[in-house]
Design a protein around this ligand. Structure first.
Ligand code: NIG
Ligand code: FE
Length: 403
């Protein structure tokens, strides 16, 4: 049993509470990896003398953060591209010259399994340092069928070796460079449907994602791939409307996708469709910041009734960060989210996006994942940016960071 006492401010995210389920002077008790009690200290059960206790000394206590969109398995560095972009080159120009995603694909296929596992574990360590206890993780830097299945297998190994609960996704990122003719592309999509998607669920994938955009998959290809994934029982995600408006968000809503990603260029009718479908909108401020894209209009999406989550989009090109709290800051500073909405976006909404109903909340029966912050008020975590305020991280009742 673990008891966290002396909590100055507790966010439970209880469904029947105020929007964040806030309590002051609170206690959390975790037994057998699950929350047994979370609420006012005066209502807490008596603690046995052998309970492990942590005195929060007035700190903010929240559920473990849920990362709904990450590309954590890759090799190599694209710092040179970053520098080129800083001096005016565009992402599209770099990609057309054989850099971008393809540069990472080359480095990833040259890396050994051990190197990929070690560097992915190190990234998960940094996510955990910043309060993340559940993380969606995409393949996508091999492109061909065997390579993507290799990345899925390695994500399975990473999952077994790390405290973070990983939710693997098979990603159809861009067609391989050798598919230049229409016929080659059709052949590739067909092979991906028949082989990769079919094998993915058996290899531990929980979801399937397609990047639908100029320079990636077309809307028709996206529809065909999603149809096969749905038939295989995988949850559906779509990288939609990032650089160009392709209609992918409407398609995602119509196909009952669990999430749509990016949405910098979304059009109003698609917003209404996503709200009706209950598809979670995973907004990625790090990519908009890095690529100087328009900020996704979180305010408009929330006001239209959409479920909005925030992700880092951790990847080697367009968003190299493991800080979900920084994404909360950007969403509050640039995308019109209030602090409470930003907290919901990285807890309950992100948990929906990752299909973890027992995460993102501190209520009886939920998983015993929590974070103590060097802050006394939840709004400070979004306001105080560019530093890490996560002090102590608990996963399943075990202290895995700080103390
Ligand atoms: O989510 N949009 C597509 N893919 C990634 C970027 C990948 C890369 O540049 O390596 C994203 O932003
Ligand atoms: Fe992404």
């Amino acid at each position: 049993m673990l008891a966290v006492t002396g909590i100055g401010e507790l966010l439970t995210l209880a469904p029947d509470g105020d929007v964040l389920g806030v309590h002051h002077d609170a206690t959390v008790v975790i037994t057998d990896g699950k929350v047994a009690f979370a609420g006012p200290a005066r209502e807490a059960p008596a603690l046995p003398s052998d309970a492990l206790r942590i005195d929060a000394r007035g700190a903010l206590c929240t559920p473990g953060l849920v990362e709904p969109h990450a590309h954590p398995i890759f090799a190599g560095s694209r710092a040179g591209e970053f520098d080129l972009r800083a001096r005016g080159a565009t992402y599209g120009e770099i990609q057309a010259a054989g850099g971008g995603i393809l540069a990472t694909v080359r480095a990833t296929s040259a890396a050994t399994d051990e190197e990929l596992v070690a560097s992915t574990l190190a990234r998960l360590d940094r996510l955990l340092d910043h309060g993340v206890t559940v993380c969606e993780a995409k393949t996508g830097y091999s492109l061909d069928v065997d390579g993507e299945l290799r990345l899925l297998r390695l994500l399975g190994e990473v999952k077994r070796r790390h405290a973070i609960d990983l939710s693997p996704t098979l990603l159809a990122h861009v067609p391989p460079p050798d598919c230049s003719s229409g016929e080659e592309r059709r052949g590739f999509v067909e092979r991906f449907r028949a082989e990769a998607i079919l094998a993915a669920a058996r290899a531990g994938a929980e979801a399937f994602d397609v990047y639908c955009d100029a320079g990636a998959f077309t809307l028709d290809e996206t529809r065909a791939l999603l149809g096969a994934a749905r038939a295989s029982g995988l949850a559906l995600r779509v990288h939609a409307e990032q650089f160009t408006n392709t209609g992918a968000a409407d398609l995602a809503a119509a196909m009952g996708a669990r999430s749509v990603e990016h949405l910098e260029q979304i059009a109003p009718p698609a917003i209404a469709a996503l709200a009706r479908a209950g598809t979670v909108c995973n907004l990625l401020p790090g990519a908009a910041l890095t690529l100087r894209l328009p900020w996704p209009d979180a305010r408009r999406l929330v006001d239209a009734g959409c479920a909005v989550a925030l992700g880092t989009d951790l990847n080697p090109g367009s968003s190299l960060t493991e800080s979900l709290p920084l994404m909360m800051s950007l969403a509050c500073m640039q995308m019109g989210l209030g602090c409470a909405e930003a907290w919901r976006a990285v807890t309950v909404q992100a948990a929906r996006s990752v299909g973890r109903g027992d995460a993102g909340r501190l209520v009886a029966g939920a998983r015993g994942d929590l974070v103590l912050w060097d802050a006394g008020d939840h709004r400070e975590v979004a306001q105080h940016f560019g530093v890490n305020l996560a002090r102590t991280v608990v996963v399943g009742g075990q202290v895995v960071r700080g103390g």
